[in-house]
Ligand binder design. Sequence first.
Ligand code: ATP
Length: 191
Amino acid sequence: MKIGLFFGSFNPVHTGHLIIANYMATQTELDQVWMVVSPQNPLKQKATLANDYDRLHLVQLAIGNNPHLRASNIEFSLPKPSYTVDTLAYLKEKHPEKQFALIMGGDNLATIHKWKNYEVLLRDYEIYLYKRPQYDAGEFGGYPNIRHFDAPLLDISATYVRDCLKARKSVQYLVPDAVFEYLEGSNLFRH
Ligand code: ATP
């Protein structure tokens, strides 16, 4: 079984994330996509970053009963800050029967040389790369383990969703319905 890992703060998760996750899970060789919620870095707490379990809960609501997607809290219990290469090593050991690949946008690939042990990532893992029009995949775009996809894109960010919530504007359709309903009844991102 081949799992694609889609890492993010998901602060909060939005429809742009879901479109990518579902595209990768249903239109590529990946069997499933796990949306891995990055924990807060205790040394670097950002006032705008909701707590780990709230963000995880929103991802779970967003996924609902979609059998192709899973929410993962795997990094909550790993040493912080979490490095992708360490998380992958841990997952490989925990699930020896599964194969893991990374999902990333061209914007992330362009700066992958700043990641811990990026040569290991590029050598040992397949990367499912989706194009982001305003970014070039950079010098790493041609690596053999990189598979390019033209996924549909929605031009929104979690920052935009947070700004709307703070200004008491509707985020309906920007986030999945279950997330929208939950946020309507909560104070998350309102301050
Ligand atoms: P923020 O605005 O808070 O920086 P974000 O919307 O970029 O957040 P992240 O949780 O950082 O959300 O995103 C997780 C991953 O999804 C990142 O690799 C990011 O580049 C990518 N991503 C974010 N928004 C979109 C989008 N609209 N379409 C495709 N990929 C996206």
